[in-house]
Write a protein that binds this ligand. Sequence first.
Ligand code: PLP
Length: 385
Amino acid sequence: MQDEPIDKKDILEELSKLHELDYNYSDGRILGSMCTEAHPFAKEVYCKFLDTNLGDPGLFKGTKRIENEVIKSIGELLSLDVAYGNIVTGGTEANIMAIRAARNHARKYKGIVDGEIIIPESAHFSFKKAADMLNLKIVEAKLDENYKIDVESLKGVISDKTVAIVAIAGTTELGLIDPIGEISKIAFENNIYFHVDAAFGGFSIPFLKESGYDLPVFDFSLPGVCSITVDPHKMGLAPIPAGGIIFRKEEYLEVMAVDSPYLTVKTQSTIVGTRLGASSAATFAVMKYFGRQGYCRLANEMMGNTNFLYEQLLEIGYEVVCKPELNIVAFNHPNIETDEFAEKLEDLGWKVSVAKCPKSIRIVLMNHIKRDHIKELLEDLKELY
Ligand code: PLP
């Protein structure tokens, strides 16, 4: 750090120059992100709550009530009348909390000390972080030919050390929904904690179902489901960072509680201590602002764009990995290797991402990608074919 204070104008100029190196969502060129530009109203509310700290909720009783309201609303969206949980920094933290709850619960009630978690090969890498931090072993369940959990493979890896089973509602790479109903039954019958990672799908599946899309049940209406991750900062249009972890029972928070002596509350169950109230307030605002109707409209628009891209790719002759269930399309050029093809698209200014299973170009049709951007992309794809 320099000795003398610097003028605000100069600081802002320096920051702007660096900010100019960033890509903008509004250019419609970011094709591989599960985040998007937050709604302006949510950003406005976020700024008003910047100084609130939910790590010390006795000082911020109003903001704590806001967080409780948000958890209640997301719980209702997921068919849970009384929900427990927190607004956290994102899907990673939410998944770590779920796995911590499962581990502590199994330790307390079943005496499991060296536990295992069963995750699908398609699981987000946040579970690897969770297992590493919580000293758990990862056991992978295989995928079937449709890239969803193979239920027989899952049954085969359950053991007396299993502390949690994880399934995904909206996989990171392909946006697919695992057979959560079947897995819930297995988890329930075996008395094993079942976590659903709907970080991506949680803010679209309920609205797509409401609009008539034939998608499977993935929520707390299934008795085996113990917790669900849902990220407002993905399909919910809340500002980063906003992840959600919803628990069916309060005891899952209780098994994680540690004493917090100098604070206004006696215990704390979250991983993070000092934590933003702004994320809860902004999520509260954007959920009220859109309502179910607004989110249905958004989800439908994004699926409309997804199906348009999917059909056009097939028409040109690209190899599409699977029919999209949510707003992700993964495809390959028939003759050019995926990484090489991704580079060609990058050279044309498209920020694409490459999926690993199966290796393919993956496009996430978020709110910032409009129909005109897709048409522009298709022109380039026709040229490259
Ligand atoms: N879970 C799923 C299914 C995801 O797709 C992602 C991120 O893309 C995460 C968890 C992690 O979320 P975050 O990056 O917000 O921590």
